[in-house]
Design a binder for this molecule. Sequence first.
Ligand SMILES: *Cc1c(COP(=O)(O)O)cnc(C)c1O
Length: 294
Amino acid sequence: MIDIVNSIITKVTIDNFPILIKRDDLLNKDFSGNKARKFYYFFKNDFPHINTIISYGSNQSNAMYSLSVLAKLKGWNFIYYTYHISSQLQKYPNGNYKEALANGMQLIVDENFDLTKLILQKDQLFIDEGGAIQEAAYGIKILADELKQYVQQNNIKKLEVFLPSGTGTTALFLQKYLDHKVITTPCVGDKEYLKKQFYILEHNIQYHPTILKPEKKFHFGKLYKQNYKIWQNIKKNTNIEFDLLYDPIGWQVFLKYLKYNYKPTTTYIYIHQGGLLGNVTMQERYIYKYGEDI
Ligand SMILES: *Cc1c(COP(=O)(O)O)cnc(C)c1O
């Protein structure tokens, strides 16, 4: 049986800033990134009465793919609802969609899907969109413990942690279990949306991460040349491939933060949250829109 183990921490330099990268993209070949952390609770514990995972969301979501891996590992069925699928994707499956289907995902396309009308059987486990669930705390606490151990072993005085947010679940639980400052930025909704997300998962605002706003509003999943450029630059500078949905926004915000707030006595770490399978799709879309020499 596979398991995920303490992921390595790499040192890089970007814009002359020394930055550590927590390589959660390398946790495991199939079960990696923050989705592996968020779903680790289900992976690690026994649920004899469960035989099916039910979830819903976008048809290219990283969470969908990771749930398909989880279901396969557990020997469970996986039923996933999505509102829409393009005929293009149906004809030429790729990325998370293709691999989730290969793992046995049963996709139900229903433009009228209504969560409040979903009736669960006793043997079905429901996982909310993007894995915004309390159980995510279990695996993210392990990530926090790995960072604490690194701080201790390397005699780090002050650490600041940065990671971009979707539902905000990873950033929230990381801050809850870590005595160091956790900073994030919203990539899906705005700052108010992210605050609400934090509050749903944790009422005590002392545990909420610091939110920095992106310079401009990016619509989630939309293509921005500036995002592709920064993604390419980071890859060239570090030899590390990051995700194309969240990380370009993450890096823009983080580097600007460092530009104005960097202190040599502070150690900075960026959490690589995986999601690379989705890059296949994103890169195709970018090249289709802007051409090969983008
Ligand atoms: C899902 C995902 C996120 C967002 O995680 P949240 O816990 O929902 O904030 C960020 N980066 C990558 C690569 C992801 O796959």
